[in-house]
Design a protein around this ligand. Sequence first.
Ligand SMILES: [Zn+2]
Ligand SMILES: [Zn+2]
Length: 248
Amino acid sequence: MKKFFENLISLLFPPRCCFCGGIMGEGSKVFICKSCDSKITYTYEKHCQICCAPLKGGFSLNTCAFCNRRRPHYKKAFVPLIYEDLVRKSIIRYKFRGKISYSKTFAFLIADKIIGENFSEGFDIVTSIPQNPAQSFFRGFNPARLLAKEVALFFNAPYMDTLNRSFRSKKQSRLKYKERLENAKKSYSFKKSANIKGKIVLLVDDILTTGATLDTCAKILLDNGAKEVYVAALARTGYSPIINTLKL
Ligand SMILES: [Zn+2]
Ligand SMILES: [Zn+2]
């Protein structure tokens, strides 16, 4: 009921910036005000060509040490923003406080990143990381799925659910990378009714942290016939000294 009223209120009041809540001018389709646009950190500076991690300080390669050592199964990640300050607060409002209208602006940012990288292959299918069914029940929606559906519209590609998630999976944020990989392998499985044979798939999540979940799910899709898997998320954790200094 609370969500219903929130939706009603958002219809009655003018659109607001997704990051600061400031009122946007009429006719705005993307809800980021100029001030927030200058404050949020985009990943257009030098970043890893595979996982999109920021690369700093004279790092000479185009890919980070992490990807060089352990190349992900997905071909490339498209992530427009760094997960900090305004972005973090905005994603929390989207995921936990029912600000579902943000999905359109978030999807625009992802699509803009993909187009900005001169990616012209297109996608046959857009899909998403499923959340724990209990979370869907309590939230009333699945943030990654809604985001993926909006992204699909930009590329004229159909949205399809392709993965299952078990009820008992542990929360990834409490685990180390290797544990995350193991946990993700146990938590996700392929949805047998999905046909992805020979398809180029875009797999969407809201946040990329270590990438363990996205990579594990990309492998599941490849094992079940996908031709190529690309991944996308709205934001990723930022500069890590490990990514830039890890010995190859
Ligand atoms: Zn703003
Ligand atoms: Zn990388």
